[in-house]
Design a protein around this ligand. Structure first.
Ligand SMILES: Nc1ncnc2c1ncn2[C@@H]1O[C@H](COP(=O)(O)OP(=O)(O)OP(=O)(O)O)[C@@H](O)[C@H]1O
Ligand SMILES: Cc1cn([C@H]2C[C@H](O)[C@@H](COP(=O)(O)O)O2)c(=O)[nH]c1=O
Length: 219
């Protein structure tokens, strides 16, 4: 039996409410229609243990303040579990993994947002990822007011309360956005998507990226 080709690891990044989940569902359907095995997952989370950590991280009210370093360590604890239990086995059998947020979010939120040293994040990244990087990262970009408005609209419809991150002030989200901007200057794997456009126009841009990733495509 021949060994399967390793799959592709595609991450979706961006601020709150820019349309990551909506467009991951679109990509999954688009790829499955072309016979590709797709695993859709998210961070923090993706496995039972990692989802338990997510619940603690996002919980809006704690009796004590969660320290930024605790937050960082919890994000990477969830990631270690997620990578070893779900992402790596899926890639090894040839599936394409579509992940809603990954370490770029840690750099943007904990590095730029919480202002933790990027060197600490790099150390944890090396320990947990052992060299594994996404093959491609779609960065969905929209003005903060657009993303926040969409996230609020979705939460109102679902009757959901805001989570611990969504309670942050504007300057936090401005730093997060600067973090994502900076990341695009550091890695060639980023593809910037104008997510402020209507959904059909966003999905046309995404389709152009997916076409470059298909086996045999000249990327
Ligand atoms: N291009 C678009 N135009 C208008 N509405 C959109 C667009 N993309 C997504 N939406 C809507 O915006 C809301 C937020 O989208 P979605 O949940 O996909 O964002 P997200 O980036 O995954 O959010 P979060 O980071 O908060 O999890 C949803 O109600 C979705 O239907
Ligand atoms: C992976 C990751 C996520 N976060 C933050 C970013 C968001 O506010 C939440 C996740 O919520 P979403 O509705 O699924 O987008 O977690 C973070 O701060 N650091 C990270 O590494």
């Amino acid at each position: 039996m021949t060994k399967p080709q390793p799959g592709l690891f595609i991450t979706f990044e961006g601020g709150e409410g820019v349309g990551k989940s909506t467009n991951i569902a679109f990509c999954a359907e688009w790829l499955r229609a072309r016979g590709i095995e797709v695993v859709v997952t998210r961070e923090p989370g993706g496995t039972e243990i990692a989802e338990t950590i997510r619940e603690r991280l996002l919980k809006a009210h704690h009796a004590e303040t969660m320290q930024p370093l605790t937050e960082l360590l919890l994000v990477f604890a969830a990631r270690a579990q997620h990578l070893q239990a779900l992402i790596q086995p899926a890639l090894a059998r040839g599936a394409w993994v579509l992940c809603d947020r990954f370490t770029d979010s840690t750099i943007a939120y904990q590095g730029f947002g919480r202002q933790l040293p990027l060197a600490q994040i790099e150390q944890l990244k090396a320990l947990v990822q052992q060299g594994l990087e996404p093959d491609c990262t779609l960065l969905l970009e929209a003005p903060l007011a657009v993303g926040m408005g969409r996230a609020r609209g979705r939460a109102d419809q679902a009757g959901e309360a805001v989570d611990r991150f969504e309670q942050e002030q504007l300057d936090f989200f401005e730093r997060v956005q600067q973090g994502f901007d900076w990341l695009t200057t550091q890695h060639e794997r980023f593809r910037r998507i104008d997510a402020a456009q209507p959904l059909t126009a966003v999905q046309q841009q995404i389709e152009q990226v997916l076409l470059t990733l298909l086996p045999g495509a000249d990327s």
